[in-house]
Design a protein. Structure first.
Length: 147
């Protein structure tokens, strides 16, 4: 069970590294759905990893970073290294096009906790966000089940 925190500063924070405004609205809706179900969480979005990390760090309770693998000029390993260095306790998940098998594999090889196709992530978004950011088990690093 998720217990709400007393202030926005202590609210679980989910970071989203993307420039896709359309998909951003879908993730925002998932966060809203979780809030309606009684969870408290906040979403910060940016296409620059340093800015995103700063915003998550300011929240004092960063839980999850979601990486859009379709982001232009994305250095997956570099991004993962920066997140692990500056926010070592957060979980990292990523999603990308199902036709980009090599990209999805490189994300898994970079040490991302779970890698999904965009369709998998879209279909189970609310469940995935809750699993990796709002449950006590969110600190367990594991791979998603095969679908």
């Amino acid at each position: 069970m998720f217990l709400p925190f007393g202030s926005v500063q202590n609210m679980p924070t989910i970071g989203f590294l993307t420039s896709d405004l359309m998909f951003h609205s879908r993730v925002s809706q998932s966060i809203s759905d979780l809030r309606e179900a009684g969870a408290e969480a906040t979403l910060v979005v940016n296409r620059n990893i340093e800015t995103l990390i700063q915003k998550i760090a300011e929240s004092t309770d960063g839980r999850l970073v979601i990486i859009d693998l379709a982001l232009r000029e994305l250095d997956v390993q570099g991004v993962v290294n920066v997140i692990r260095e500056k926010l070592p306790s957060v979980s990292i998940i990523a999603y990308g096009p199902h036709v980009a098998g090599a990209l999805l594999q490189s994300a898994a090889d970079a040490g991302i906790d779970a890698v999904y196709t965009r369709g998998q992530f879209d279909h189970r978004m609310t469940e995935i966000i809750q699993e990796y950011s709002l449950n006590d088990a969110s600190t367990d690093r594991c791979n998603p089940p095969e679908t």
